[in-house]
Each structure stands twice: as structure tokens, then as C-alpha cells.
Design a protein around this ligand. Structure first.
Ligand SMILES: [Zn+2]
Length: 263
């Protein structure tokens, strides 16, 4: 139903759509990046204020280093595609939070959190690059905006109509919180399956461009697979395709990613 609605409004109103980098998929875009980014700043601050943020030590430094390298890769990619305007308003931050959740996420506008609970699975810097590449890919592919747009369109019958006459519906905080997954359980982002596959694909390219061996992504997902079912599911396990499917898709995408990899 949502998909149908999204597609219908995409066909009706070209202005209500954007194109995802790398995959070229068209997506519904009814809410502005400025609105999403502004709300993300507020919500990110709330999360940091209520968490134990680790500001020193090798692990925190690694999170910042990997984040900055992937940020540079993303900026380079968008510049090469003449799409730098899509990153306007980004104010990147990379924070490590002391919490046993096996989780990480990136809010719109480049606000990244990594939880210490995931570090035993990432194991090393390259494993962390798999996770951060995947999360940053969700953000720059505007997956939260897309979900907010779908909810907005579903909630307001007039949504499509008002876009047609050039008015962007106002983004409600509720829609935003649901779209980034903060409405129900803190930090647990909810994406669709196709968005998960897309984040895997983009993340692979970004990590390769950042100088991390994309082949290691397979090892990471296999480690994820091995621990599945042992605790509450992190973002990576919530709605993803079965791990066999996921690893097979990543293996198909590796030849493309290797072209971007310079050790
Ligand atoms: Zn994901």
C-alpha cells in the first residue's frame, strides 16, 4: 500500500522524488532535508545527554577515525557525481557510547552513534568500517526521509495534492521519531528490507573508497550470523534479508566495490 502510494506520487510529481546515489533508485521525498537534519540535531543531543559518551581512549579514537574516513569517501563520491548539494547541512559527528547494545546508527545530517556492545563483533577497524559504512549509507541514501515521506503521504490524504501545488507538508516530530526509530525503542532504527540491501551495497563502496578491504564485509556478516538469537536484535538484524541472502548479495557486489578499493 505504502509502496503503491509512493510510486503513484512519484509518477505524478517529479519534484516529490529524489534519486539514491549508486543504485539510482527513485524515492519519495515529501519532507525537506533541512527539516530532517534540524530534528536530528535535537534528538541526537538528547541521546548524547542521556548516554555515557566515551570521549578518550583508543576505541573512541577509532570510531572518529573510521567515521572521518568514510565521511571523506562519501563527500568524494557525491562530488564526483555532481551531487554535493545533497550533503548540504551535514554536520558530521561520530560518538562512541558505553552501552552493551550491539548497535550503531546514523541520523540524517551525519549524526553517528556506535555502541560499545558491537565492538566485539566488529573486532577490528575494518569490521567497524563495515558497520559505519552501512549506517552512513542509510543516512546519505535518505532512508529516514523516505520513510517519513511515506508516513506523511499515508497520514494525510492531501499530502500528494499539496506537493503537486508546490507546498511541502510540515514534518511532524512524531513522523520524524517513527522514521528514525526513536518513537518506540531508543536507537533502534527501523528500515525496510530493500533499504537494508541498499545500505549494504552503498556501505561496501564507501568503505572501499575509505581504504578498507570490502571483502571483509562477508566475514563481519558471518560473525553477525553466528551470534544471532543470543540477544535482542540490533538494527542490523531487525528487518534484514536472511543472512545467506545478504552475504550472497554482498558477494555479487564485491567486484564493483573492489574497483574503488585502494589499500
Ligand atoms: Zn541497516
Amino acid at each position: 500500500m505504502l509502496k503503491k502510494l509512493a510510486l503513484a506520487s512519484c509518477l505524478l510529481v517529479a519534484a516529490g522524488c529524489t534519486t539514491v546515489p549508486i543504485t539510482g533508485r527513485r524515492q519519495l521525498s515529501l519532507v525537506s532535508d533541512a527539516e530532517m537534519n534540524a530534528m536530528a540535531v535535537t534528538e541526537y543531543q538528547k541521546v548524547l545527554a542521556s548516554s555515557k559518551v566515551i570521549t578518550s581512549g583508543t576505541q573512541a579514537a577509532m570510531v572518529k577515525r573510521v567515521g572521518q574516513r568514510i565521511q571523506q569517501a562519501v563527500e568524494t563520491y557525491f562530488r564526483q557525481q555532481n551531487q554535493s548539494s545533497q550533503l548540504e547541512g551535514y554536520a558530521w559527528e561520530f560518538n562512541l557510547i558505553d552501552d552493551k547494545q550491539e548497535n550503531a546508527w546514523c541520523m540524517p545530517g551525519g549524526k553517528v552513534a556506535v555502541y560499545t556492545g558491537i565492538l566485539p563483533i566488529t573486532q577490528d577497524e575494518t569490521g567497524l568500517a563495515v558497520v559505519m559504512g552501512h549506517e552512513i549509507a542509510h543516512a546519505v541514501a535518505r532512508h529516514s526521509s523516505e520513510r517519513a515521506s511515506q508516513q506523511q503521504a499515508a497520514q494525510t490524504v492531501g499530502g500528494v495534492v499539496s506537493t503537486a501545488v508546490g507546498q511541502t507538508p510540515t514534518l511532524s516530530q512524531n513522523v520524524f521519531l517513527q522514521a528514525v526509530g526513536l518513537g518506540s525503542q531508543l536507537g533502534l532504527l527501523k528500515y525496510g528490507r530493500s533499504q537494508e540491501s541498499e545500505a549494504d551495497h552503498l556501505g561496501l563502496i564507501f568503505m572501499a573508497m575509505a581504504g578498507y578491504n570490502p571483502d571483509k564485509a562477508v566475514d563481519f556478516w558471518q560473525r553477525m550470523d553466528a551470534r544471532e538469537g543470543t540477544a535482542s536484535p540490533p538494527e542490523f538484524l531487525s528487518t534484514h534479508p536472511s543472512n545467506g541472502t545478504r552475504v550472497a548479495a554482498i558477494q555479487r557486489e564485491l567486484p564493483e566495490a573492489r574497483k574503488y578499493y585502494k589499500p
